[in-house]
Design a protein around this ligand. Structure first.
Ligand code: AMP
Length: 392
């Protein structure tokens, strides 16, 4: 059965088509600059990447082109072979704790939640509408980044602020990267043959979050009301003292929106290094003795170990620390820098085993008190799996 995973942005549309339940990736790609000039798309097929320039007036045009590519490349004979389409949704609020069918009621809740994710939810709805019109017979589902975190208890999802901020305005922790953390937990449970694992899942990419998981359920996560909170990231600051916001607003004569833009797009690795948001560039800078890159890396590691230590205590006992996403899967030195700081907990890496990129692998030493794994994430597959389960 063919199932499409879709991630719609305001001017982009990412997709991966799977044959399920075999979990075989048939084709993937991204349409970019939808609705603006110079639009193009890239597809990955049989290990080859192809880029084509074409007009893409809206998301519907992108889906229609996708169908044409699928037929031209003999992946399907007709669009009716696509049995399901799973849509990634950033914000499900307190309404959704699992993947659901894209009914009109559910779509209207996604729309209603736009004030909590103004850049993402409206774009996702545009994607759903376009998919519905191009694939009218496919089962459409909504897969929420926040759903996995709905098991966090109230004493951990609330902020110590006036209570009516929560009751009147839904201010609380929602978290993000839930589909990735859920995938990591499920993969570890399957590979280790245990569903009672206590896991600290470290999703370290351009955005990053750390999640405490017990028996497949989320106990706490580092991102908060928005993906801004938690550890230091590529361009986001992570946790800060909010009092600096009005202070710098006044100093620089900026609006709250402009300061938020600085905190979202000009902070983190980029802000501290003054060089790049990409950890590969930071690693190169460190090798060249660049002081600001050395400082950025130290600050990143500080922020990560703060959450690992906190969740170690919260869980009481930890079976696995997992590293996933771009940095987690591929930065050998960052994993090593992080684990080195966990020595007081008896957690230890094996430098030889750690010499790995993008592969499922145990990287802890034999005497480590906690097993450490690299677990390549696959949010697209998780979306396809959820969709398959709802079709069933
Ligand atoms: P993601 O958001 O999961 O796609 O991760 C993207 C980030 O992963 C990039 O911005 C880099 O910082 C990091 N990354 C990717 N490849 C490598 C690598 N080989 N070594 C170190 N960091 C990497």
């Amino acid at each position: 059965m063919k199932i499409l995973s879709v991630n719609a942005g305001s001017s982009s549309l990412k997709f991966t088509l799977f044959d399920m339940p075999e979990e075989k990736e048939l084709i993937s790609g991204v349409f970019e600059r939808i609705g603006i000039e110079n639009s193009f798309y890239t597809i990955k097929l049989n290990g080859e990447k192809i880029k084509k320039e074409t007009e893409l007036k809206d998301h519907k045009a992108a889906f229609e082109l996708l169908v044409k590519e699928l037929i031209d490349n003999k992946i399907v004979d007709s669009l009716d072979e696509i049995a399901g389409i799973g849509h990634r949704i950033v914000q499900g609020g307190s309404y959704f704790d699992k993947t659901v069918l894209a009914t009109e009621d559910n779509i209207s809740i996604v729309e209603k939640l736009s004030s909590l994710a103004p850049l993402h939810n409206p774009a996702a709805v545009v994607g759903i509408r376009a998919a519905q019109s191009v694939f009218p017979n496919a089962t459409q589902t909504l897969v929420f980044d926040t759903a996995f975190h709905q098991t966090i208890e109230k004493d951990r999802f609330l902020y110590p602020v006036p209570y009516n901020w929560y009751t009147d305005y839904q201010v609380r922790k929602y978290g993000a990267h839930g589909t990735s953390h859920r995938y990591v937990a499920k993969k570890l449970q399957e590979e280790l043959g245990r569903d009672d694992l206590n896991i600290i899942s470290c999703h370290l990419g351009n955005g990053g979050s750390i999640t405490a998981i017990s028996c497949g359920k989320c106990v706490d996560t580092s991102m908060g009301f928005t993906p801004h909170a938690g550890i230091m990231m590529g361009t986001r600051s992570g946790d800060i003292d909010v009092s600096m916001v009005p202070y710098v607003m006044e100093k620089e004569g900026k609006s709250a929106g402009e300061i938020m833009n600085d905190l979202n797009k000009k902070s983190g690795f980029l802000g501290i290094s003054g060089l790049s948001s990409d950890s590969r560039d930071i690693e190169d800078g460190i090798k060249e003795g660049n002081e600001r890159c050395i400082l950025a890396q130290k600050m990143f590691v500080n922020s990560v170990i703060k959450y690992i230590a906190q969740y170690y205590v919260l869980l009481g006992h930890v079976d696995v620390i997992a590293f996933t996403a771009g940095i987690g899967e591929k930065s050998i030195s960052t994993r090593s820098d992080i684990i080195e700081r966990l020595a007081p907990l008896g957690i230890e890496i094996d430098p030889e085993e750690n010499n790995v990129r993008g592969k499922f692998k145990k990287i802890s030493s034999k005497k480590s008190s906690v097993d450490i794994y690299v677990v390549p994430t696959n949010e697209e597959l998780m979306i396809a799996e959820d969709t398959l389960n709802l079709i069933k």
